[in-house]
Ligand binder design. Structure first.
Ligand code: CA
Length: 339
């Protein structure tokens, strides 16, 4: 028997106006036996129209999206909206408070727990609620990520590969409306446990972002995030006007894809990684991608790593220290379609 979600919202999804509230998530612990964790949610509704869900803090060390979602929650007048916005800026709330990728409560990466489990641990209960209570109310989903503490990625919107050509077309158009320099098709090795893969399976127009990373706040990418959200909401028919933003040509964003495992350059030994190129550089398969230095053994030559695909350098590991299996670099290749 399926257990219903133990989470109780303090907002009414169907009420007009702005409501700032919480999802009350029971969490029995040493300092609060019948305690609950407040997971923030804002609903802005104005009459009939589509519903868009915006989430940040899926990973707790990615900051541009959560800041921009909170701005929107405070600033947007309901009269500017046609339909409904559901804003969740700190989705894996314990990870957000801790500034970590995964939850310190159960060690889980929210973005590998979808569609969740109402009988599972805290993080699984959050993904269950999003997948089974929020997604069915939505038409569109923006999951705002950056690279986190360990990666620095080119500012981009991201779409999931999908077998549904009509959904693909809708998501691609929404992703391009954001106005990031790049739009990248990323399949996460076919992982279906992500928020965006689950939203696609539910038929929502689905856009992710990667807006820098390195565990910091990029001013440039934060500005892009603020305008990008408004452009997408206008594109979806949810905002009455573009609030002074010039509409973009679709050609303003370059289309790329991560071509499977050969996109990734992994560390093969313990050491300090020196990349050959900055992000954005055009690179080729077989070219030296960087070297791993073992500075505690100065007589040993560095180990050279090589690219396995052609494209542009989409991202790099942020910490210099690497161990075998760390992702040092990611190459994105020109997207070949379908469109
Ligand atoms: Ca992320």
């Amino acid at each position: 028997m399926t257990r219903p979600s133990p989470i109780t919202p303090t907002v009414d999804y169907d009420k007009d106006g702005v409501q700032h509230g919480y999802l009350r998530l029971p969490y029995s612990r040493d300092d609060s036996a019948w305690g609950a964790i407040p997971l923030p949610i804002t609903v802005i509704r104005n009459g009939a129209g589509p519903t868009a869900l915006l989430t940040g803090g899926n990973h707790g060390d990615e900051y541009e999206g959560p800041i921009a979602i909170c701005d929107l929650a405070r600033e947007l007048e309901p009269g500017a909206v046609q339909g409904r916005l559901i804003l969740m800026p700190a989705n894996n709330v314990h990870a957000v408070v801790a500034g970590t990728r995964t939850s310190p409560v159960d060690g889980l990466n929210l973005n590998r727990t979808f569609p969740g489990d109402a009988r599972g641990s805290i993080t699984q209960q959050i993904s269950d609620f999003v997948a089974n209570e929020i997604f069915p109310r939505g038409n569109a989903f923006l999951d705002l990520h950056s690279g986190g503490s360990s990666l620095d990625l080119l500012p981009s919107t991201v779409i999931e590969p999908t077998a549904d050509p009509e959904l693909h077309r809708r998501s691609l158009a929404a992703a391009q409306a954001f106005g990031a320099p790049f739009t990248v098709v990323i399949g996460n090795y076919g992982d279906i446990r992500t928020a965006t893969a689950t939203a696609c399976a539910a038929g929502l127009t689905t856009v992710g972002t990667e807006l820098g990373g390195s565990g910091t706040v990029s001013l440039e990418n934060l500005a892009l995030c603020r305008t990008g959200i408004r452009r997408v909401l206008t594109h979806l028919g949810l905002l009455a006007d573009n609030v002074g933003l010039t509409p973009l040509a679709r050609s303003a964003t370059s289309l790329l894809e991560i071509p499977g495992s050969r996109a990734f350059v992994y560390a093969t030994t313990d050491g300090i990684f020196e990349p050959s190129h900055p992000n954005g550089q055009t690179v080729h398969a077989g070219e030296a991608a960087g070297r791993i230095h073992r500075v505690w053994e100065p007589a040993k030559d560095p180990v050279t790593l090589y690219y396995q695909s052609d494209g542009i350098l989409y991202g790099r590991r942020h910490p210099g220290r690497v161990r075998p299996g760390n992702c040092c670099l990611v190459v994105a290749s020109p997207y070949a379609g379908p469109f």
